[in-house]
Design a protein around this ligand. Structure first.
Ligand SMILES: Cc1cc2nc3c(=O)[nH]c(=O)nc-3n(C[C@H](O)[C@H](O)[C@H](O)COP(=O)(O)OP(=O)(O)OC[C@H]3O[C@@H](n4cnc5c(N)ncnc54)[C@H](O)[C@@H]3O)c2cc1C
Length: 265
């Protein structure tokens, strides 16, 4: 579930190549993408996310995809033969460099299930992919305080927002991981307190972040952004709207993945 309004930038469809892949911590693999098409990439910072097309099936093609992934583009994608169309997943720009243009993506290593996580673990330089640029979910309403709640899949979004917030911004960020060794360095405004919380092995996503959120005093003049496993995102939104009385418009939330359920396509 999500109330993020999907935007489509003019970058369109960009074929890229893997330049490098390295494990930056036990459960995060950072893949660097490059290629001439990145000249057309419109970098927006914050939690900018995109669709990535991975040609993982034998005979997969990247040359017949829609340029945009709105409803029409997605329906067109679904008409492509299943055995030759790539797998599409959603990821966040962890960082972007201008000269030469390179884009880093942090993939959560979540075992052998699925496509994108295992692809990132095994990928080698030169591997092809394509990105279809979407936009940012972070769309603050005017508010005195900011609040970010995320799990490990939302860590790139949370850290990107913290990096790009204005220096005087105030508020809190709660980032939940399942292994403290995956914690990353934070660059952000001094007035935003970042709290890392670790859920116990085997416990449900959100089981550390939601109690931490409940314990927080939330100013009613707050804009909140909650992303991660679906129950974390919807649980945070429910808590903030139903229990703390924040207007619905002040809470952006998005289920980035669902426990036990593969992404469609
Ligand atoms: C806007 C947006 C931005 C995102 N940005 C990032 C990002 O920068 N980095 C990132 O790692 N993810 C990010 N995600 C989440 C990512 O798209 C999902 O985790 C996706 O399901 C991974 O695809 P897969 O092929 O590896 O697994 P799938 O085929 O989708 O799922 C296979 C199995 O793995 C489980 N699974 C999927 N993801 C996870 C996970 N993170 N942890 C544990 N189990 C999981 C599923 O429940 C399922 O049982 C983002 C999602 C959205 C919507």
């Amino acid at each position: 579930m999500s109330n993020i309004a999907v935007t489509h930038s003019d970058s369109g469809f960009l074929p890229v190549q893997v330049l490098d892949s390295r494990r930056v911590s036990p459960h995060i693999v950072r893949v660097t993408f490059g290629g001439g098409a990145l000249e057309n990439f419109e970098y927006r910072g914050f939690d900018q996310w995109f669709r990535i097309a991975l040609p993982v099936r034998e005979g997969s093609r990247l040359d017949n995809l829609p340029r945009k992934f709105g409803v029409g583009g997605y329906l067109r994608f679904l008409t492509l033969p299943r055995n030759s169309r790539p797998v599409i997943r959603n990821y966040t720009v962890r960082s972007f460099r201008e000269d030469p243009r390179e884009l880093d993506v942090d993939f959560v290593v979540h075992g052998t299930e699925g496509i994108a996580g295992p692809w990132a673990v095994g990928v080698r330089p030169g591997a092809p992919a394509a990105i279809i640029d979407q936009g940012c979910g972070w769309k603050p309403v005017p508010a005195a305080e900011n609040l970010i709640v995320a799990d490990e899949s939302g860590m790139p979004a949370a850290l990107g927002i913290l990096r790009d917030l204005h220096a005087e911004a105030r508020g809190h960020a709660i980032i939940e991981l399942f292994d403290a060794r995956d914690t990353q360095e934070v660059t952000g405004p001094a007035g935003v307190e970042v709290r890392w919380v670790i859920r116990d092995a085997g416990s449900a996503p959100g089981s550390a972040a939601l109690p931490a959120l409940r314990a927080l005093e939330v100013d009613e003049d707050t804009y909140a952004f909650a992303v991660g496993e679906s129950s974390l995102a919807t649980g945070a939104r429910r808590l903030l709207v139903s229990e703390r009385g924040l207007p619905k418009a002040n809470v952006t939330f998005s289920g980035y993945w669902r426990l036990g359920r593969a992404s469609p396509s």
